[in-house]
Design a protein around this ligand. Structure first.
Ligand SMILES: Nc1ncnc2c1ncn2[C@@H]1O[C@H](COP(=O)(O)OP(=O)(O)OP(=O)(O)O)[C@@H](O)[C@H]1O
Length: 251
């Protein structure tokens, strides 16, 4: 039944969560981070996930990306339920179909920018599409910096390397967790513009967790969480509307 419901949305949504519950620990010390979340992330769209601290944003992202398993419920991607997928298959699926951008960049310090960007190919033992690598490097404005190691790059440049690495395999979906959190406003805006262009020019699907109402303005839609539940979905958000909605949620 659950699966049928998602399949109906499957052409529209790249990832669909159904009745996802996620609890950490048990007994009195236990925390329920997600309390029955059903939400679809649209294919070829930029979705922001917002909500007060502790509302379950990162947990939602981790469950959607198969980095964390729901306690119950399903996560559908390409007709498969990630919640029930054996770990090796899940790892392979993540490598093939997902790109990740984190607040802390997560680059390999001993590798150059270009080696970091092409790392997914090395890890999967596949050949890089060189024309596409060149395109992604140019698009992220890193042509002059590809031979540098992360330590020699600014924060904004490091995050652009992470975005290039996330796009280079042409994944089904790119997940970004506070991608501008460690950046100054100007570099942050550059990173958001790149994510926006990935959607507009490459048809990429992006899901981004953010605290920043200004960042949410780059999205097509904002999903608001409060206390482990989806409480609102706002299309074409303005920063002011997002800030007001967050304030209303106690964020
Ligand atoms: N590994 C974990 N073990 C125990 N509790 C956890 C774990 N991860 C998250 N939680 C708890 O689950 C709830 C939701 O956390 P989550 O990090 O998803 O919220 P968030 O909205 O991303 O918060 P923030 O905006 O502060 O990053 C919080 O109460 C948090 O303490």
């Amino acid at each position: 039944m659950g699966r049928k419901m998602w399949v109906m949305h499957g052409d529209v949504d790249v990832v669909g969560l159904e009745q996802v519950v996620k609890s950490y620990g048990g007994g009195l010390a236990g925390v329920t981070a997600l309390r029955g979340v059903s939400v679809g992330f649209r294919r070829g769209a930029f979705t922001a996930v917002m909500g007060p601290s502790g509302s379950g944003k990162s947990t939602l992202l981790h469950c959607a990306a198969g980095l964390d398993r729901p306690t119950s419920g399903s996560v559908w991607l390409a007709g498969r339920d990630l919640a029930r997928m054996p770990e090796p298959e899940l790892t392979e699926l993540r490598r093939r179909e997902m790109g990740f951008v984190f607040q802390a960049f997560n680059l390999v310090e001993s590798l150059t920018a270009l080696e970091n960007i092409t790392l997914p190919f090395r890890l999967s033992g596949t050949r890089a599409d060189r024309a596409w690598v060149r395109e992604v490097v140019a698009r992220t404005g890193l042509q002059e910096r590809v031979r540098h190691r992360p330590a020699a790059l600014s924060g904004g440049q490091q995050q652009r390397v992470a975005i290039a690495r996330a796009l280079v395999t042409r994944p089904e979906i790119v997940f970004a967790d506070e991608p501008t959190g460690a950046l100054d406003i100007e570099s942050g805006r550059g990173v958001l513009r790149l994510l926006r262009e990935a959607v507009d020019d490459y048809g990429q699907s992006v899901v981004m967790v953010t605290h920043d109402a200004g960042a949410a303005e780059y999205a097509d839609e904002v999903v608001f969480l409060a206390d482990g539940r989806v409480v609102d979905t706002v299309p074409h958000p303005s920063a002011a509307a997002v800030a007001r909605r967050l304030l209303g949620l106690g964020g």
